[in-house]
Design a protein around this ligand. Structure first.
Ligand SMILES: N[C@@H](CCC[C@H](N)C(=O)O)C(=O)O
Length: 271
């Protein structure tokens, strides 16, 4: 039997397994089953904590399709509350620093990257204004690509709630322009310091919130001169505070909730 923690950040929910003291072999199949809302515990991302030299923990992140990915902003805040104030968290996307706040954490999410091969794109294009279009989306400016540890594309539209995310999301996520697939952010700027956002997550679909998506969207808006360097991003699950100055790391602040803990027999999981 393995102990697990069920947590969420703005409704983006996680199963967290702590393998720092007791190793645990994770496979894509096991991650898929744990994340399955009918056959497992159910979550948007499975999080595995492992020991690592020079940081409080290594955080491994699995999407519900079983794919292991580089970054997850909302899960980082949740994990920070388990590890304690001042934790350093190593991810595939970089080493992150956490400070606890009243109801969650502030995470220094690292510096965004913009080079076409860092996104990654399949071939060189201007990531600040991608010369591409997809049916069902009429953005007010060409989309931007931003790597926040993981890959994001950001569209600014007049009303993000009017977009059929379930149609455009998977088409863009799997476009051959993105060899690692991509997280799709559809945003509406409502003030110099406020953005509304809906996200189609790579490997997960539409979620109530995406922390790295909020970071990428804030960066895109600030870089384009559309927003100030400190702003709020409101997703269906709630609001995050973001701060970014060009060349520096993105600071993300928001809540983290512990829902329940339990034990599960990993060997008994089956399709
Ligand atoms: N929910 C996350 C992002 C999780 C990973 C993403 N789906 C990907 O494949 O890169 C967040 O809060 O950032």
């Amino acid at each position: 039997m393995r102990r697990f923690h069920k947590m969420h950040g703005l409704g983006n929910d996680f199963v967290v397994l702590d393998a720092r003291a007791q190793p645990l072999a994770m496979t894509a199949e096991r991650a898929r089953l744990l994340a399955d809302r009918h056959r497992g515990i159910g979550c948007d991302q499975l999080i595995l904590l492992e020991p690592v030299e020079g940081a409080t923990a290594r955080m491994r992140i699995f999407n519900p399709d079983g794919g292991e990915v580089e970054a997850c902003g909302n899960a980082t805040r949740c994990v920070a509350t388990l590890l304690g104030d001042g934790a350093t968290i190593e991810t595939r996307g970089g080493r992150l620093e956490a400070r606890l706040t009243g109801d969650g954490a502030t995470i220094s999410m690292g510096a965004p990257r913009f080079d076409w091969d860092a996104i990654p794109l399949a071939y060189p294009l201007d990531t600040a204004a991608l010369p591409v279009a997809w049916e069902g989306l009429a953005p007010v400016r060409p989309p931007m690509a931003v790597n926040m540890g993981n890959p994001h594309i950001v569209f600014f539209v007049p009303d993000c709630d009017a977009v059929d995310l379930g149609a455009v999301g998977p088409a863009i996520e799997t476009d051959p322009l993105f060899p690692a697939r991509i997280n799709v952010n559809i945003a509406t700027i409502t003030a110099r310091d406020a953005i509304r956002l809906r996200v189609w997550e790579r490997g997960a679909g539409a979620t109530l919130a995406c922390g790295t998506g909020a970071c990428a969207t804030a960066v895109a808006a600030i870089r384009a001169g559309l927003c100030d360097p400190v702003l709020s991003v409101t997703l269906p699950g709630g609001t995050l505070r973001l701060a970014w100055h060009a060349g520096g790391p993105v600071q993300m602040t928001g809540p983290a909730r512990y829902v329940f803990g339990g034990e599960i027999d990993l060997e008994a999981l089956a399709p």
